[in-house]
Design a protein around this ligand. Structure first.
Ligand SMILES: [Mg+2]
Length: 241
């Protein structure tokens, strides 16, 4: 597989959810509980399809995040039960979401060490999409927020959204790498605007973020298995002047 030599890179940007800490696992756990509530009305498979269809339709209205997910679960429950879901079960769905919003942050292995090591030689940035309040409190609870010189919470991760971030800080694409778990959100848009990108898959991927990437190559792309491997790739850094 092709890998790039990151000699020109000065800024390393990280995605947050499922790159620095566990996220999708909680969504999947809650979806199982949601399924258990509705098991007498609908099969697990059909419910998953219906929920994703509702979520996708609502993304433009709610954006990414837990609160939008809660509303989409309620809407889906109303649909599949034809309005027969009990108020007690609606309350249960709200409670599931509230638990998610308060979930302790579980950093992935080696994250703190990697950030601490890279922080000496590179400008670190966090770029995450989702609900502003939810992402802000997650960063605060993570205990690693101070490593990042810049934190960008954006609604979408399209090429133009990243271009705006680079423009805001006057960063040249040759000097920038994005690291994240999603090919769709953290890799492909970056390659389109000419920066470097590193994909580190997480064990679970939301269907919305899934992209067939087997054998994908690009001169500015590499795929790693663990975040600790980033350090091996960045052993000859350019010092911050
Ligand atoms: Mg992510």
């Amino acid at each position: 597989m092709l890998t790039f030599t990151p000699t020109t890179i000065k800024t390393i940007a990280f995605d947050a959810d499922d790159t620095l800490w566990v996220n999708e696992t909680y969504f999947q756990d809650v979806e199982k509980e949601f399924n258990a509530l509705l098991t007498k009305y609908v099969s697990a498979e059909e419910l998953a399809d219906k929920l994703y269809a509702v979520e996708r339709t609502n993304l433009a209205l709610y954006g990414y995040g837990i609160k939008g997910f809660m509303l989409s679960m309620i809407e889906t429950a109303l649909q599949v039960t034809q309005g027969l879901i009990s108020t007690k079960d609606v309350q249960q769905i709200i409670n599931l979401g509230k638990v998610m919003l308060r979930q302790p942050i579980e950093l992935l292995p080696d994250v703190r060490h990697v950030l601490d090591s890279l922080d000496e030689d590179y400008t670190l940035m966090l770029i995450t999409k989702g609900d502003l309040l939810d992402q802000e409190t997650k960063i605060a609870r993570s205990g690693v927020g101070d490593f990042f010189k810049h934190v960008e919470i954006i609604s979408e991760k399209k090429p133009r959204d990243y271009q705006q971030v680079l423009d805001r800080y006057g960063i040249h694409p040759d000097e920038f790498v994005m690291i994240g778990n999603s090919m769709r959100s953290d890799v492909l848009p970056l390659l389109e605007i000419g920066t470097y990108a590193i994909h580190i898959p997480f064990k679970h991927t939301w269907v919305h973020e899934q992209v067939q990437d087997d054998g994908f190559t690009h001169p500015r792309f590499m795929k790693l298995q663990r975040i600790a491997q980033v350090l091996e790739r960045f052993e000859t850094p350019i010092r911050k002047s």
